[in-house]
Design a protein around this ligand. Structure first.
Ligand code: FAS
Ligand code: PHB
Length: 398
């Protein structure tokens, strides 16, 4: 069965769904092909913090009603060294900018609901998706669905299929350049329907390892502890996680922590990764298909959104304004922002985690840098403006 669209999008994560919604608002026809089932996609527990730029894009896409009602504005967060917290007042240090706590799970749910409300072509359980003729001006994708072989001809393909997708490998190895740092630890995440231990997020650098106290609402908490990559989830019953969190969040915070049964637990590896270019012929990459950051800086979802914001505008310029300049400069403009977010995520991970090969000098460097940030409003401003998301102008000038 053969059909045609203007833009074929591979992957129904936040990047693919947001791009599809923004293209629809811009009057551009597209189809989204997703390998997993809808319930699998909607069950994923991932990011929790939205930058103002991401909120603006969700508003432009017409999917921010619940976010505006249920999202939690956060004007600051806490850094902690061996149990002693101090606050980064983002709102004051960035001229009034803040982040919104609203789970990626909810963003995905809202985007899928909007697609289904308008009868969009969002195809779940699309198996064996393949990209064809991406170097030509007549690319197409093939896949199987409901036992039928399908082909969709299109003007452009956008790979929003994440780190393990098929799109990035569709760029010839002779063209693709990749850069990577794999961290010698992972994050064990726990979700529980208990009230958070604080009004704001707490990032803790502790001698036993990193911990993060986050949330999804006033009644649902999200916690993380750094664990060696060799750890197995089955060796971490809830009580062991709560005990470790109490130790790493210290005597001031631990008494405020409410324990309860986990509703989700997982261990995620950490890596920094960038693939260049983010365009090859009629194929574009966006989100985790092109880059991965350690979640420390809460950048993964937000970078995916900023890629998509740049790309959607470029497609609208091409289809509505007849200018291909946006598409031609997409990769360099997106990468300029990606590398700045990669730097912050790498730096923030280095500042807050215990590395197995860390010697006493390296530990003193971490302690000195955290104490400098505690003391200096200038140093705090650097942290704050990166955390809320750098202005697009920073990366356009590079
Ligand atoms: P995604 O990976 O979300 O979506 C890609 C989609 O493509 C998936 O639905 C996949 O099923 C589909 N797909 C893959 N191959 C396909 C194929 N061949 N055909 C069709 N479809 C295909 N970021 C944060 O900011 N904070 C966090 O705390 C955080 N925690 C994370 C925890 C984990 C375990 C992971 C893996 C990531 C985490 N991230 C976090 C990063 C995460 O939020 C990503 O940045 C975000 O999901 C990026 O969105 P997408 O680019 O849409 O990629
Ligand atoms: C989360 O709530 O999942 C979260 C928040 C901030 C981070 C990473 C994860 O830096």
């Amino acid at each position: 069965m053969q059909s045609r669209t203007q833009v074929a999008i591979i992957g129904a994560g936040p990047a693919g769904l947001l791009l599809s919604q923004l293209l629809h608002v811009g009057g551009i026809d597209c189809v989204v092909l997703e390998r997993q089932t809808q319930s699998h996609v909607e069950a994923r527990i991932r990011a929790g913090v939205l930058e103002p730029g991401t909120v603006e894009l969700l508003e432009r896409a017409g999917v921010a009603t619940r976010l505006q009602r249920e999202g939690l504005p956060h004007h600051g967060f806490h850094l902690m060294l061996d149990g002693r917290p101090f606050r980064i007042d983002m709102h004051a240090l960035t001229g009034g900018r803040s982040v919104t706590v609203y789970g990626q799970t909810e963003v995905t749910h809202d985007l899928i609901a909007a697609h289904q409300a308008r009868g969009a072509e969002l195809i779940f359980s699309a198996a064996d998706v393949r990209l064809h003729a991406v170097e030509s001006d007549a690319p197409f994708v093939t896949f199987s669905h409901d036992g039928m072989q399908r082909r969709i001809d299109c003007d452009y393909i956008v790979g929003c299929d994440g780190y393990h997708g098929v799109s990035r490998p569709s760029i010839p190895a002779s063209v693709l350049r990749s850069f990577e740092r794999v961290y010698p630890f992972g994050w064990l995440g726990l979700l529980a329907d208990v009230p958070p231990c604080d009004e704001e997020l707490i990032y803790s650098n502790h001698a036993r390892g990193f911990a993060l106290a986050s949330m999804r609402s006033h009644t649902r908490s999200r916690y993380y502890v750094q664990v060696p990559l060799s750890e197995k989830l089955e060796d971490w019953p809830d009580d062991r996680i709560w005990d470790e969190l109490a130790l790493r969040l210290g005597p001031e915070v631990a008494p405020r922590m409410t324990r309860g049964p986990s509703i989700e637990k997982s261990i995620a590896p950490l890596r920094s990764f960038v693939a260049e270019p983010m365009r090859y012929g009629r194929l574009f990459l966006a989100g985790d298909a092109a880059h991965i950051v350690p979640p420390t800086g809460a950048k993964g979802l937000n970078l995916a959104a900023s890629d998509v914001g740049i790309l959607a505008e470029a497609f609208i310029d091409a289809y509505r304004g007849g200018s291909l300049a946006g598409l031609e400069t997409y990769s360099s403009r997106a990468l300029a922002r990606v590398w700045m977010a990669e730097r912050f995520s790498w730096w923030f991970t280095g500042l807050t985690h215990r590395f197995p090969d860390m010697d006493e000098f390296a530990r003193h460097m971490q302690v000195a840098e955290l104490n400098y940030i505690r003391a200096s409003s200038h140093a705090q401003t650097v942290v704050a403006e990166n955390y809320v998301g750098l202005p697009l102008s920073y990366s356009c000038s590079s």
